[in-house]
Write a protein that binds this ligand. Structure first.
Ligand code: T5A
Length: 220
């Protein structure tokens, strides 16, 4: 019988370095002979990526917090059914850039959406398909926003993202909610200090994996 793969998620505010760490982890795990699928939310399948465009683009029409929450879970339902669950069942390790903790932090913490409703949606949408380990890349809001801003300027992009145009106060609430989630009983979240170099952060991330899954991965 195939051993189920591990489900690892990366979380944090904008510019925390999730994408950078996710790529480094994929490379390290593949070098250890594991099959790894790197994906992201919202998105991860053709249909869910279409929803991502709609959700993130700051268009003319207002999207209230309820609609935003439902759309995040709609994209997640497609992603879990069509990509995450089949991959895990085939023994593939899945690294996902954001998952339901992002809804808890952004919609729950940031927008004030009812936490119990979010948990009910989470149960309905992905049930027991929960992360085995979540790495929370934590850094001060201003530092994360500055990184995201520098990258946008280097790429010559304007702000047309629904979230990047939010206030620092919004991201402070998001960060506070992530930190609260990390201290909940039974949490699988490991906080990593993301203020350091990309190499130091990736090293910590890999150590967190080897601590949690020592047998299949082996020492760093
Ligand atoms: N969202 C998402 C919700 O509200 N609810 C949900 O349920 C879900 C799933 C997604 C948005 O959707 C929201 C949250 C988000 O606002 P996105 O474009 O995927 O939008 O945005 P992010 O996930 O925030 O991605 P970012 O690309 O902005 O941030 P990352 O991935 O954390 O950062 P990364 O690795 O791209 O790095 C950013 C820049 O910093 C540099 C990189 O080179 C890059 O230029 N960098 C570092 N610099 C110095 N030191 C380090 N350690 C560095 N690491 C990276």
């Amino acid at each position: 019988m195939t051993t189920r793969g591990k489900f690892i998620t990366l979380e944090g505010i904008e510019g925390a370095g999730k994408t950078t760490v996710a790529r480094a982890l994929k490379e390290s795990l593949e070098a250890r002979g594991l099959t790894v699928d790197l994906t992201r939310e919202p998105g991860g399948t053709p249909f869910a990526e279409q929803l991502r465009e709609q959700i993130l683009h700051r268009g003319e029409e207002t999207l209230d917090a309820t609609a935003e929450t439902l759309l995040m879970f709609a994209a997640r339902a497609v992603h879990v059914s069509n990509r995450i669950r089949p991959a895990l069942e085939a023994g593939t390790w899945v690294i996902c850039d954001r998952f339901t903790d992002a809804t808890r932090a952004y919609q729950g913490g940031g927008r004030g959406v009812d936490r119990d409703w979010i948990e009910a949606l989470a149960r309905g949408v992905h049930g027991d398909c929960e992360p085995d380990l979540t790495l929370l890349l934590d850094l001060p809001v201003e530092q994360g926003l500055e990184r995201a801003r520098a990258r946008r300027i280097a790429a010559g992009q304007a702000i047309d993202d629904r979230f990047e145009s939010e206030s620092s106060a919004f991201f402070e609430r998001v960060r506070a909610e992530y930190l609260r989630l990390a201290t909940r009983a039974g949490s699988v979240i490991v906080r990593i200090d993301a203020t350091r170099s990309p190499e130091a952060v990736a090293d910590d991330a890999l150590h967190a994996l080897t601590d949690r899954f020592s047998a299949p991965i082996g020492p760093v």
